[in-house]
Design a protein around this ligand. Structure first.
Ligand SMILES: [Ca+2]
Ligand SMILES: [Ca+2]
Ligand SMILES: [Ca+2]
Ligand SMILES: [Ca+2]
Length: 262
């Protein structure tokens, strides 16, 4: 597992600052997943893993629930999923791509004996210069009591924040568009399942990116067949195998394929 990088210069500066003002939140940690080869690492309890385009375990049907794109010439984008309209930030207006998400639709994976909820990120960045790079500045997850909440970050008192990437300090995950092209997801994000407690059953995922050019970024969940839910409609794997498309397997097959253009 990759270690979290900290800027020693910045740490020294922060130590001086903390000595002067006693501010325990004055440090920042960066998890850098931009090096070549598949990268992974942890930051404030979350586990991040780049998707291996050749790993069959990384394939599946994706169901997107929030799509973000920086407006105009801006390179910062933020937003969260909800059924409510109008939207608050830079979310795609289509109910197909920005919508409510039930906790029961977020699959659980066990890593090292610990259960995690898994979210999938598809990055779309230009593959020129340093533009494939993009920084995840903020990642916050709330549990809400309805699917059409508005007014982040309070949600009118109808949602509880259960995870914050910056909960301990101002953290950043440095990412890149590893698997370029439409429908090729890049990052698996695992949040401890133990945090998803309480009566609220709607998941709200807020994220903020910088260095965001090119196409949209999109958060999704893998559609897993679970014992407590009926199997969902998925493309026939055998049909794909017959065309030799499974071997490449960096594509996450998607529902509503006709609407995948950015
Ligand atoms: Ca991608
Ligand atoms: Ca970029
Ligand atoms: Ca941050
Ligand atoms: Ca982008």
């Amino acid at each position: 597992m990759k270690k979290i990088n900290k800027s020693s210069v910045f740490a020294i500066a922060c130590t001086a600052f903390m000595g002067a003002f006693g501010n325990s939140h004055a440090t920042a940690a960066t998890l850098n997943l931009t090096n070549s080869g598949l990268q992974n690492g942890t930051l404030n309890g979350a586990f991040f893993q780049e998707i291996d385009p050749n790993d069959p375990a990384g394939t599946g049907v994706l169901d997107s629930f929030v799509r973000l794109q920086s407006p105009g010439n801006k390179t910062v984008e933020e937003g969260y999923n909800t059924d409510a309209r109008p939207l608050q930030f830079n979310e795609n207006n289509s109910p197909q791509f920005t919508r409510s998400l039930k906790l029961s639709d977020v699959p659980i994976f066990t890593i090292g004996g610990v259960k995690y909820r898994q979210f999938v990120l598809d990055i779309n960045e230009e593959n020129a210069k340093d533009e494939p790079l993009i920084d995840l500045e903020k990642l916050q997850i709330f549990l809400g009591n309805a699917g059409n909440l508005v007014n982040y970050p309070t949600f009118g008192g109808n949602a509880v924040k259960i995870f914050d990437l910056d909960g301990n300090e101002d953290n950043t995950v440095k990412l890149r568009d590893t698997n370029a092209g439409s429908g090729r997801a890049d990052l698996l994000t695992y949040i401890p399942d133990s945090l998803f407690s309480g009566p609220n059953q709607y998941v709200y995922l807020y994220s903020k990116f910088s260095g965001a050019e090119g196409g949209f970024e999109e958060w999704a969940v893998q559609v897993k067949e679970k014992p407590d839910t009926p199997p969902k409609s998925v493309p026939e794997p055998a049909a794909l195998a017959g065309l030799g498309l499974v071997a490449g397997a960096m594509t996450f097959a998607r529902r509503r394929k006709s609407s995948q253009t950015a």
